[in-house]
Design a protein around this ligand. Structure first.
Ligand code: ZN
Length: 202
């Protein structure tokens, strides 16, 4: 693929932007796709179009849902009294697969750094406050990453919810400084959850 067609170059560029892929692996994937146009490109294009058309983020809990349907979070089932706040879907998935938390999840949709305001980033913090009230939740576990951005974001969350007579805790020991939730193994996550520390109200 030295003298690439512009169509292919374009595709390589787009694939290279995906997490975990560089130009080399992007090229390998594209070659594989082109060699299997009917069995791979066609169904892939169909699935992508389907997701584009029908899947959106819920603007209350941040999880994905089918457009024009009620999200699970809108059904006030009072099943749990805890909520775990994470940065993104991948973080929720690792916590779910580690099987360490029984409660609701709230997906912020990113982090802020100290120069930004969460409103600018469309982080779902206001809707977190609403969900806490609506479901009469008793504990909020802030499971943002141990990065500067993750901790700044955690402070925003604490400020937004701390008047609500609610127990706020953060993940405890075992969480390496700079560690992203998504990258942690199950053992580390379990110990971080078990040793979660209350946030003081000052
Ligand atoms: Zn929702």
């Amino acid at each position: 693929m030295d003298n690439n067609l512009p169509e292919i170059e374009e595709l390589i560029k787009k694939f290279s932007k995906l997490p975990g892929l560089g130009p080399k692996s992007a090229k390998r994937i594209i070659l594989k796709l082109i060699d299997n146009k009917d069995t791979m490109i066609k169904p892939l294009a169909k699935s992508l179009a389907n997701v584009y058309k029908n899947i959106i983020r819920c603007n209350s809990c941040g999880n994905l849902k089918i457009i024009n349907t009620e999200c699970l979070c809108e059904k006030n089932d009072n099943k749990y009294d805890k909520i775990c706040v994470v940065e993104n879907l991948a973080d929720m998935w690792v916590i779910q697969s580690a099987n360490i938390f029984k409660g609701y999840f709230h997906i912020l949709g990113g982090t802020v750094n100290s120069n930004e305001k969460y409103e600018q980033k469309n982080l779902l913090i206001d809707s977190l406050v609403k969900r806490i009230k609506k479901n009469s939740l008793k504990e909020v576990i802030i499971a943002t990453s141990a990065t500067v951005e993750g901790q700044t974001t955690a402070h925003y969350i604490e400020d937004a919810i701390k008047n609500d007579k609610i127990k706020i805790s953060k993940l405890g020991q075992g969480l390496p400084v700079g560690g992203e939730i998504e990258q942690l193994d199950d053992g580390t996550l379990v110990s971080a959850f078990k040793s979660r520390v209350p946030v003081s109200n000052d």
